[in-house]
Design a protein around this ligand. Structure first.
Ligand code: GL2
Length: 809
């Protein structure tokens, strides 16, 4: 079929009556039920289909416009997407808010109930996965022809529950009820190979004889742009056994498990998202997942390239592939394999095309998060790719030797292969070698990457390295999450264009000294706290939401909470500022130190809760299972945003941006994007404390003794002694011991500065007008942290792509 010869879509109605009619049609014809017997799930799915159809219509027009334009495409490869709930966003983006509400009202359907039935696809761990979702949203908003590729995990990020205060993980069977947002496209399935060996054919070309064959079946979710007709997609791959993977003979012989074992093995590849965050996870299945994603996606990208025809030499002119961290970096040897082995190109030509096609975003500085894989595993699982990596390495090291004659140490450092204690492939080096641009995700991060982690590469290829500071979706994290504040902003600015052009928030500065406006601003914050329903809405809402990791230093916040508890106990009638301290976040299931911190927080919360002398001033809450949906409820309620990682450890952070955008004041270190937030919102509207990166590095180098801080600081000592003496139900001694004996992330060194800075916070809170003004200025000046700006930076400095406008008819 040739869709390019025009499509005569019947436009879907834009009145409430038509929407209602379509909803009923969907209920009858697609759900196969009736008004009388419809369940809430039937109503929900019919509503989804009605909204989805309106986006699908735009999708058809988008595709037609893209075909006509034959543009350069952005292909975003990411092992994670934390998309968040779809319904409210898609109603907003499709402009069906009013008619959908009217239709629901007419049919007696509750919008809140519909939202509750909308399941969040939790296909990511934390910031990196949510960033991918914000970037695809922004690409569509900026009319950039783009596809996000990922994996359709059967089980997303685990559900966190607490049992006696300890984290217990439960599986997240997110498609148990199906996923009405998704379009399966089994006819676009791809074949993926694993294991086996390589040989040479008569022509001397290398051939890979695989030992396992798996199918990848795609389905896609729609990614509409805001304020535009463009609808892009994320295409997610699911692994399946081939037709022959079911052994009928064995089944007939009663060997039921054996009969399906091959199919099960294949399907396990996309079974579960690995729940680690910023740490390397060395598991064969994980490497299989990575190759599965890359192999399916590249074949799909080449298939699409061929739709327009043109020689392979045009491939980079028509495609830029952005690697979201090293997880998809196998795409580099895979494209080489496709070009050299399957397409018959020479090595040098293939390498130039490959480098020109790819760009790589690095998201970490932690050495333990830089992926490496055992050479022995590669040899078994991907024998041809290992040969290609060796060849890439040979040429890379030849270049190093010729640029730096005699510098053997440099050769060893830059090699794609780590030799000791075990031979391993360094995926970050592969990603730098095989791409034309490498970026960090905040200014400090990009600078430190070039100075430390990737220093040798940045010296050899300075032109390759750049910075693209992260951003967040203003639609999801302000417009949708904070409807009351959005309305106030819209009425103040005169229209809602700010949601698609976040720099317009600057216009709010006009109201910074307007008492009535500030009162409205404060009332909304209070109402958001009441909506959240955790703690007194008049108390200062002090929020730390993020994954649990020692470098992020939830333990520092906790030591301060204990100190505050002691101060209140010692001086019950004192002038204490009432605070609700909110923690939320998950720890990787195998990360015991992080889980100990979670358990201790819950124990401290319980001890405080049981003490009536303290509860009027201090409450610690820890809602379980932090995810995008819960974030949308917490972030608008925050007064204070805790961004207290050790300087030089947090690549960027994006929660910091969401909180500032919602008018929370940051208490933070000079780390990641905190620095840029402070620069923009103004130092006077930001609570800065702690060691900076050079000071932290120096302290570590000169021999750090955490115990000396304990000995010198009576309040710090009292907090740690309380834990050690079992004051919190005997929980958390290992946390205190680790801090006293090791304290990798200099928590005790920063404690006093942090406690003093918190006193400054308390003082600032006493003047509510000044506080509210600072809150407003945080929002007004956070426009830079829009993902739209991030994507436009990528587009102009790395991708060199042009928008393609989609017209209404
Ligand atoms: C992270 C960084 O830790 C975080 O600072 C950054 O904001 C995000 C997005 O760039 O990436 N790196 C990483 O591996 N995870 C992150 O959240 N999981």
């Amino acid at each position: 079929m040739d869709f390019r010869n025009g499509i005569g879509l019947r436009p879907l109605g834009s009145s409430a009556a038509e929407f209602e009619q379509d909803l009923l049609s969907n209920l009858y014809y697609r759900r196969g039920t009736t008004v009388e017997s419809a369940s809430a799930q039937d109503a929900y799915e019919s509503l989804v289909l009605t909204v989805r159809d309106r986006l699908a219509e735009r999708r058809a027009r988008t595709t037609a416009a893209h075909y006509a334009a034959n543009p350069r495409w952005v292909y975003y490869l990411s092992a994670e997407y934390l998309l968040g709930r779809q319904l409210e966003q898609n109603i907003l983006y499709s402009g069906t808010g009013e008619i959908a509400t009217a239709a629901m009202k007419a049919l007696g359907v509750s919008p809140e109930e519909m939202d509750e039935l909308d399941i969040e696809p939790g296909l990511g761990n934390g910031g990196l996965g949510r960033l991918a979702a914000c970037l695809v949203d922004a690409m569509a908003t900026l009319d950039i022809p783009a596809i996000g590729y990922g994996i359709r995990y059967d089980f997303g990020i685990f559900k966190q529950t607490f049992v006696d205060g300890a984290q217990v993980e439960k599986p997240d069977d997110w498609t148990f009820q199906g996923n009405p947002w998704e379009f399966p496209a089994p006819d676009d399935r791809q074949t993926v190979f694993f294991y086996g060996h390589t040989t040479r054919d008569e022509a001397g070309r290398t051939k890979w004889i695989p030992g396992e064959i798996v199918l990848g079946e795609p389905s896609h979710m729609l990614v509409p742009g805001y304020g535009t007709e463009t609808v892009n997609i994320v295409r997610l791959w699911r692994a399946r056994g081939s037709e022959s993977s079911f052994d009928l003979e064995r089944f007939s012989a009663g060997q039921y498990a054996e009969a399906v074992q091959e199919a099960v093995r294949a399907e396990n590849i996309s079974k579960v998202l690995y729940p680690d965050d910023s740490t390397e996870l060395g598991r064969e299945l994980r490497l299989k997942q990575q190759y599965f994603l890359v192999s399916c996606s590249l074949r799909d990208i080449l298939r699409r390239f061929r739709l327009w025809g043109g020689p392979l030499t045009d491939f980079p002119a028509k495609s830029v592939i952005q690697l979201n961290d090293t997880h998809p970096s196998l795409a580099i040897p895979e494209l080489m394999r496709l070009l050299v082995d399957e397409e018959g190109l020479g090595w040098d030509e293939a390498w130039l095309l490959t480098q020109r096609t790819f760009a790589y975003t690095c998201h970490t500085l932690l050495p333990e998060a830089l992926e490496t894989w055992p050479v022995a595993l590669f040899e078994r699982l991907l024998p041809r790719h290992l040969e290609i990596i060796y060849e890439i390495n040979q040429r890379l090291l030849d270049e190093v030797r010729s640029r730096y004659p005699g510098d053997i140490d440099r050769v060893r450092r830059m090699s794609l292969i780590q030799e000791a204690p075990e031979r391993r492939v360094r995926m970050a080096h592969l990603a730098v070698a095989g791409t034309s641009a490498v970026n960090g995700v905040a200014e400090l991060h990009s600078q430190l990457l070039a100075e430390t982690t990737l220093h040798d590469f940045a010296t050899m290829w300075p032109g390759k390295f750049r910075n693209v500071t992260n951003g967040v979706s203003p639609r999801r994290f302000l417009r949708i999450a904070n409807p009351a504040l959005s309305e106030l902003i819209t009425s103040a600015l005169g229209d809602s264009r700010w949601a698609g052009d976040l720099d317009r928030l600057r216009g709010l500065e006009r109201f910074a000294d307007d008492p009535a406006f500030l009162r409205s601003w404060r009332d909304i914050k209070r109402a958001n706290k009441a909506r959240l329903g955790l703690g007194d809405p008049d108390a200062l809402m002090d929020v730390m939401v993020k994954r649990f990791h020692e470098y992020k230093r939830q333990q520092l916040k906790l030591l301060h909470v204990i100190t505050q508890y002691h101060r209140i106990k010692d001086n019950p009638g004192g002038d204490h500022v009432p605070r609700t301290v909110l923690f939320a976040g998950k720890a990787a299931p195998a990360y015991h130190a992080a889980k100990s911190i979670i358990r201790l927080i819950n124990a401290v919360a319980a001890t405080i809760e049981a003490d009536p002398a303290v509860t009027p001033y201090l409450k610690v809450v820890f809602p379980p299972n932090y995810n995008v949906t819960l974030g949308e409820l917490i972030i608008p309620a925050a007064d204070l945003s805790e961004q207290i990682s050790l300087a030089g450890k947090e690549a960027s952070g994006t929660g910091n941006m969401k909180l500032a955008l919602n008018g929370a004041l940051t208490i933070g270190t000079l780390d990641g994007a905190n620095i840029e937030i402070r620069e923009r919102v103004g130092a006077e509207n930001f609570f800065l404390f702690g060691l900076d990166t050079p000071a932290a590095t120096e302290l570590k180098a000169s021999g750090y003794h955490p115990r000396s801080y304990y000995e010198r600081d009576p309040e710090l000592r009292a907090a740690l002694d309380a834990i050690m003496s079992g004051a919190f139900g005997g929980v958390g001694k290992e946390v205190a011991e680790s801090l006293l004996n090791w304290d990798e992330y200099l928590t005790l060194a920063d404690f006093r500065a942090y406690a003093e800075c918190q006193e400054a916070v308390d003082r600032a809170w006493q003047d509510q007008t000044a506080w509210t003004k600072a809150s407003l200025l945080n929002t007004a000046r956070a426009g830079y942290f829009s993902a739209d700006r991030t994507v436009s930076d990528y587009a102009s400095t790395i991708w060199h792509v042009e928008p393609v406008r989609v017209t209404r008819d």
